[in-house]
Design a protein around this ligand. Structure first.
Ligand code: NAP
Length: 259
């Protein structure tokens, strides 16, 4: 299947590893030139080189914090007129809401709601003008099914989801789509870190705890960044212009809902 986006340009935020990297690789596989971002330059440069070698596209790495106005300005200076934007950043910490003060909440809302909205604001009018745009926000299954230990994620990401629901319907007539991808469990560094903490809390060793979590998933496993990236690339394809304001679970069926 030809996704019809060869030669287009994408910004993929927070993409030196994990789900962001999966999206970058899948888009590059469709011939999309990239600006990728993360804070740590070493891993980011290595990922850029890996994608160039694997796909032959142009990859510009920008080491910057995407949750800060300065970081976003650096990324946008490298690519002021992207055809595709994938919003992503590190997720908020797990814990008990009684331990979170106002600053902790402000950071979660900034990183997982305000930052992606600022990126959308910076690029969406250009996309409307050029009559093509694909924006994908990486959120979480916690938007559909709240996870008790992830209250900061449940709250902040729901705010982004509500905003996107409205804006997506305002820009769709210009062939600009905004959708959210909701990851379930993927065995990335963030997930491994969280599982280690939850295993310790439950008094279990990590391997036993992980095997039980995998067995709970209808697919009997966790997902891979590669398959997450493929879903992202499809939402960015030229033929996906009628998929508007959706929240697509990529979770092996772990959220137990009919719709
Ligand atoms: P990951 O493996 O830890 O990778 C995170 C990536 O984001 C790294 O490249 C990291 O590089 C970069 N990053 C983090 N903070 C950044 C910032 N402020 N500015 C720029 N880059 C930043 O995480 P992941 O599992 O792929 O998760 C990605 C997102 O999906 C997170 O928001 C996470 O909460 C959400 N999610 C993941 C899962 C899952 O199962 N993995 C499930 C639900 C939701 P640097 O550290 O060098 O910046």
């Amino acid at each position: 299947m030809d996704y019809g986006i060869r030669g287009r340009t994408a910004i993929v935020c927070a993409a030196s590893q994990g789900l962001g990297k999966g999206c970058a690789l899948a888009l590059a596989g469709e011939g999309v030139n990239l600006v990728i971002n993360a804070r740590g330059a070493e891993a980011l440069n290595a990922t850029a080189e890996q994608i160039r070698k694997a796909t032959g596209v142009s990859v510009i790495p920008i080491a910057a914090d995407i949750t800060s106005p300065e970081g976003r300005a650096e990324v946008l200076a490298a690519c002021p007129a992207p055809d595709i934007l994938v919003n992503n950043a590190g997720g908020p910490p797990i814990g008990d809401f009684r331990d979170w003060d106002e600053n902790t909440w402000q950071k979660a809302v900034n990183d997982n709601m305000v930052a992606p909205i600022m990126m959308i604001k910076a690029v969406v009018d250009g996309m409307i003008f050029r009559r093509f745009g694909r924006i994908v926000n990486i959120t979480s299954r916690s938007v559909k099914a709240p996870l008790a230990h992830l209250g900061l994620s449940n709250g902040a990401r729901a705010g982004l989801t509500g905003f996107v629901a409205g804006l997506a319907r305002q820009v769709a007539k210009h062939n600009v789509t905004i959708n959210n991808l909701l990851p379930g469990p993927f065995l990335t560094d963030r997930q491994i870190d969280g599982l280690n903490k939850l295993a310790a809390k439950a008094g279990q060793d990590y391997k036993t705890f992980l095997a039980a979590r995998m067995a709970e998933n209808p697919a009997g496993r966790f997902g891979t960044s590669e398959e997450f990236g493929k879903a992202c690339a499809f939402l960015c394809s030229s033929d996906a212009g009628f998929i508007v304001g959706q929240n697509l679970l990529v979770d092996g069926g772990s959220v137990n809902v009919t719709m």
